[in-house]
Write a protein that binds this ligand. Structure first.
Ligand SMILES: Cc1ncc(COP(=O)(O)O)c(C=O)c1O
Length: 352
């Protein structure tokens, strides 16, 4: 049977094996309640060493990423991001007084200019890579970054899933105890999603979504360097991502093969290179609202990553990012979906 495309994950069972996938990423690897908690912990750790607290951050990003910087006391200087393959538009002249650079390989595809990063390094700028989208790509961790911070919960069913890595030394900050209310919300939402999948009853899916959003909105206000819970750590430390990576790559290619691009569906990454494990199928749409409604009628749920973050106050200076915010949309192509599901999706996209 074909699955409805686009829904919340249910809780993943940990395997019996032990895995060094995350622990091998650096000298100190710690688990946090969520991606933003992991990022915030990295920022607290490097804040002591940072000169002026000025961060060079992408104009196209998630509000929760920028919130971590603001909470850690950083002023923000933005760089624009090109529509073509979401390549950062770094400017050397912007680097004056910058102490931290935030890097991101969008949707699994790493397209940044490494020569620029090398200059940052030579100038003593701390490089923090937000690995949320690139966690499972072979080139998803820039080898000379100082920190990696990512969110595994975008990839599979896990309650916490924030991973922070200090590549060369140990963290100087101790994580706070996990927040129980947040965890309860996350586990409950996944349970309702499981009931929804089993029964086909939309009321359960609505409950799952409502609890998820209530929990998410609370996190936006109270996030801190909270540790992850034990169950989530067990999942992380037993995760063999091989099957997930293969399946996502296969699914991405199936959608690409079925697709004839049109103004309503222009894939941002038109081919899949060997290194990439895609997080979503992401494309631009001339009339996004119409595309989303048309897909919804075919039981395909799409998401917009991200709404314009309120921190981008001088937005007219970033015309590329602004255009992206207005046209980008994403669909899940993860390990839950079959080839048949993806052919159906490809045909639906071709018909937009
Ligand atoms: C690129 C990116 N980084 C970090 C985060 C924060 O992750 P979390 O929601 O687990 O705190 C998000 C959240 O959507 C994100 O999209």
């Amino acid at each position: 049977m074909r699955m409805r495309i686009g829904s919340m994950f249910t809780l993943q069972e940990p395997s019996q094996c032990s895995s060094s996938y995350f622990t091998a990423l650096g000298a100190d690897v710690q688990s946090f309640l969520s991606g933003r908690c992991a990022l915030y912990a990295c920022l607290l750790d490097c804040a002591n060493a940072s000169r002026p607290k000025l961060a060079y951050v992408p104009a196209y990003t998630c509000e929760t990423v920028l919130s971590s910087y603001e909470k850690a006391g950083y002023a923000l200087r933005f760089y624009d991001v090109d529509q073509a393959e979401l390549k950062p538009i770094f400017k050397y002249e912007d680097l004056a007084d910058v102490s931290v650079l935030n890097l991101c390989g969008y949707y699994g595809f790493s397209r940044y200019d490494k020569a620029f990063l090398e200059v940052c390094r030579q100038n003593g700028i701390t490089i923090i890579q937000d690995t949320t989208h690139s966690l499972f790509s072979q080139d998803g961790h820039y080898p000379n970054a100082d920190y990696y911070a990512g969110s595994v919960r975008k990839w599979l069913g896990i309650a916490s899933g924030g991973v922070a890595v200090k590549r060369k030394e140990s963290f100087s900050v101790e994580p706070l105890k996990a927040d129980e209310e947040h965890l309860m919300g996350r586990y409950k939402a996944m349970e309702y999603q499981k009931l929804a999948n089993k029964s086909g009853n939309d009321t359960y899916a609505e409950q799952a979504s409502s609890i998820f959003w209530e929990t998410e909105m609370r996190l936006r206000h109270m996030f801190d360097a909270f540790a992850g819970d034990e169950k989530s750590k067990t999942i992380l430390n037993s995760l063999d991502p091989t099957h997930m990576i293969e399946k996502r790559r296969e699914n991405y290619q199936t959608v690409l093969n079925a697709l004839t691009p049109s103004p309503q569906c222009q894939p941002i990454f038109k081919s899949l290179d060997e290194a990439t494990c895609p997080s979503h199928f992401t494309f631009y749409s001339e009339d996004r609202q119409r595309a989303q409604q048309q897909l919804e009628r075919q039981s395909i749920k799409s998401t917009v990553y991200w709404p314009l973050p309120p921190m981008l106050t001088n937005k007219e200076q970033f015309p590329h990012a602004l255009w992206i915010y207005d046209h980008v949309m994403s669909i899940q192509i993860d390990q839950r979906y079959s080839k048949e599901d993806m052919e159906y999706l490809g045909k639906a996209l071709a018909g937009l």
